[in-house]
Design a protein around this ligand. Structure first.
Ligand code: AQP
Length: 344
């Protein structure tokens, strides 16, 4: 895969992505991003970050932040990210993320950042009381990606707009500094059946860590009983599973459950409908819950094993931070030169 929009970019094809260590990861994070992280290792040099600087934009949590970071690192590894092949590290351990963010703050335009819908969603009605960090979140995200000159970014559908902003920032930086192709224009890797997993209770809202109700999401650490209970209580309607995709029209919650089944089993939606079309949810929901439990139980068990051995996990993260810094620091030095900052 190469970036058709920027064939002149000759740097390495590199993948970067990250997840916030806010609440525990859920099925949406897994299907939308983590599963792709694992597959991409076969094709690219991959750098996967745990973005603790992003996590503090919505409030401090000093007692739990480190353990939440370890939990996300454990989820990456348990899902199949191999720390020997890919770089896994904590964002704040590589200080250059902050420095490049400042430079990008001077490149990004207010109007661009004001258009970001995720800020509007997260800030809610009282944007004036939100942190400046929450507003600036997508600029930090652009710095995360471009600090490594990453060319490809696996994310869920909700991050599409932020990725477009990263491309705009890269393009404007290159133009402003008369340095065409200095930064690549990063390509989002969004396609696939798990790109947008919705709340189990409301098919118009995405499954989210910060939803106050735990019943809206399947956590990676949920056991089989919790999964069965959440899926059985998931919102559906009185009609059976439809026999074709047309029958999903106007049934967002049903479409979501069928989509989850397809994504987890790596089958097409049509295939799932061929098997379950015409059957009631009394048949479909237990089959879905069992499939999910079979997929997630080994990941949860491995996460428990990894988080119990803090020393080994911290050693992996230290090694990852060193590998990440070895890529980031020379790029940051180039950026300082291009911008004309003072050389010590
Ligand atoms: N519902 C989703 N469906 C598909 N992909 C999703 N992602 C998140 N929710 C879904 C993808 O998971 C990656 C990591 O997300 P993040 O931790 O950076 O934060 P987020 O996108 O804001 O995810 P959450 O779970 O909704 O967190 P909170 O509630 O803390 O804001 C991203 O690639 C994202 O696209």
């Amino acid at each position: 895969m190469t970036d058709a929009a920027q064939p002149q970019y000759k740097g390495p094809q590199r993948v970067f992505s990250g997840m916030q260590p806010t609440n525990g990861l859920h099925l949406g994070n897994y299907l939308g991003a983590l599963q792709k992280f694992v597959r991409l290792q076969d094709h690219y040099e991959c750098i996967y970050c745990i973005v603790d600087l992003h996590a503090i934009t919505t409030g401090p949590d000093p007692e739990n932040l480190a353990s939440r970071c370890r939990e996300v690192a454990a989820a990456y590894i348990a899902a199949g990210v191999d720390p020997k092949r890919s770089t896994i590290f904590i964002q704040s351990a590589v200080r250059e993320h902050n420095e490049l963010t400042w430079i990008f703050n001077c490149v990004a335009r207010m109007g661009w950042v004001e258009r970001m819908t995720q800020f509007k969603d997260k800030a809610g009605k009282d944007a004036q009381r939100s942190s400046v960090g929450l507003f600036d979140y997508p600029v930090l995200q652009a710095a995360d990606i471009l600090l490594y000159k990453a060319t490809h970014v696996p994310v869920g559908e909700d991050q599409k707009q932020h990725l477009e902003l990263s491309r705009d920032i890269a393009q404007k930086f290159n133009n402003d500094h008369n340095a065409p192709n200095f930064f690549p224009l990063p390509e989002p890797l969004i396609q696939g059946p798990g790109a947008r997993i919705m709340s189990l209770r409301d098919g118009s809202k995405k499954m989210s860590k910060s939803d106050p109700s735990d019943m809206t999401r399947i956590n990676l650490t949920d056991d089989a009983d919790a999964i069965m209970s959440k899926i059985k209580k998931a919102t559906t309607d009185a009609h059976p599973v439809p026999e074709s995709k047309d029958g999903l029209e106007g049934r967002a919650e049903v479409e979501n459950l069928v989509g989850i089944f397809a994504a987890v089993t790596e089958r097409s939606v049509e295939d799932v409908l061929t098997e379950f079309g015409g059957k009631g949810f009394g048949v479909f929901k237990p089959a879905l819950a069992e499939t999910l439990a079979a997929k997630l139980s080994p990941i949860a068990a491995e996460m428990r094993r990894l988080t119990a051995d803090t020393a080994s996990l911290d050693a992996i993260l230290k090694d990852g931070a060193e590998k990440a810094a070895a890529v980031a620091q020379p790029i940051m030095a180039e950026v300082r030169d291009v911008v004309g900052l003072w050389r010590a």
